[in-house]
Design a protein around this ligand. Structure first.
Ligand code: GLN
Length: 315
């Protein structure tokens, strides 16, 4: 997967984007999870993982931050592997909600299924499906093992974030039990919520997210470890989900302006996938009103527009 994007070009664009946006002060750290409010808001990093596994990185790409909603993509991959695409479409869905990531309204409107594993409701439902159903420890191991294979390194839990999020996640508790009401949670609701909260609290780096993005772009083979992590036919399914809802209610604007299927997290990370070409990630804690990192968006959009090689460009 090379297709005309040289490493030199990627290196210079990443450096340019970093210089251009590093002093941007727009946005604000997430504050509904106390830990996230305290992270240094000046942190900024951009990393790309190229087809041969080479990483091109600038800035704070080894800083460990909360993966948060980017973990939804990883666990979506796990259940797609365990159950197959048709079952996931039926039990959860692959649609956009057009609403914020934590929307209860979206569940009320679409009670026949939670819509997509990439918003809170569908992600809690996805965690509930992880096999072996009924065993929290083994489910947790399956979740972390999968992330390790996708990123090439084992992520570790940020205990302080996990505690911080567990004592403040009232909205997600409501979502878990509402899903139970609609028979759209497939394991114990409290256990599923706890595993979801824990997976969001895993520490990740921009470098690792770039590798995960590249594994998806590379049809399921991790370009660094060379391990086959998931079936090739699932790669376009994941990318379709990213392009549909990766930026929640602003996904259309994002895809229109960047052409990069990507997923954000309130920890400040964004992971992008350009199929057959590269994985790319950026990290900066201050967010816009929808919970998407401002600087990471600006940097990735800048790079994509300069490359003129988005997912919708002809080639
Ligand atoms: N753990 C966060 C939550 O459930 C994840 C949200 C996000 O990153 N958008 O609220």
């Amino acid at each position: 997967m090379m297709n005309g994007i040289s490493k030199e070009r990627m290196r210079s664009l990443i450096d340019e984007a970093y210089e251009k946006f590093k002093d941007d002060k727009t946005g604000k750290n997430a504050d509904y999870i106390p830990y996230l409010a305290r992270v240094d808001s000046k942190l900024f990093g951009i990393a790309a993982c190229m087809p041969d596994g080479e990483i091109i990185a600038v800035g704070d790409c080894d800083y460990i931050f909360g993966v948060e909603s980017v973990s939804k993509v990883m666990t979506a991959i796990l259940i797609l592997e365990q159950y197959g695409a048709d079952t996931i479409l039926h039990m959860i869905g692959a649609d956009a909600t057009g609403m914020p990531f934590n929307s209860v309204m979206a569940i009320l409107l679409e009670k026949n299924h939670p819509t997509t594993p990439l918003v809170n409701a569908g992600a809690i439902s996805a965690v509930s499906m992880v096999r072996p159903v009924g065993n929290s420890d083994d489910k947790w191991k399956a979740i972390v093992d999968n992330i390790e294979r996708l990123c090439g390194e084992r992520p570790r839990l940020i205990e302080e974030l996990y505690k911080s999020e567990s004592v403040s996640n009232f909205n997600n508790r409501a979502i878990a039990w509402l899903l139970k009401h609609y028979n759209r949670i497939y394991d114990d609701p409290d256990m599923s919520l706890d595993l979801y909260t824990r997976q969001c609290s895993l520490g990740i780096t921009a470098r690792q997210l770039a590798i995960c993005g590249a594994t998806i772009a590379n049809d399921g083979v991790n370009p660094v470890t060379k391990e086959k992590v998931f079936e090739k036919r699932l790669a376009p399914k994941i990318t379709a989900m990213l392009a549909a809802v990766g930026f929640y209610e602003h996904t259309g604007d994002w895809m229109f302006t960047s052409g990069l299927p990507a997923k954000t997290g309130v920890g400040g990370g964004i992971m992008g996938v350009l199929p057959g070409r590269f994985g790319i990630a950026a990290f900066a804690p201050p967010l816009d009103g929808s919970g998407n990192s401002v600087k990471a968006q600006k940097a990735l959009r800048y790079i994509m527009n300069k490359l003129e090689t988005g997912i919708y460009n002809s080639f």
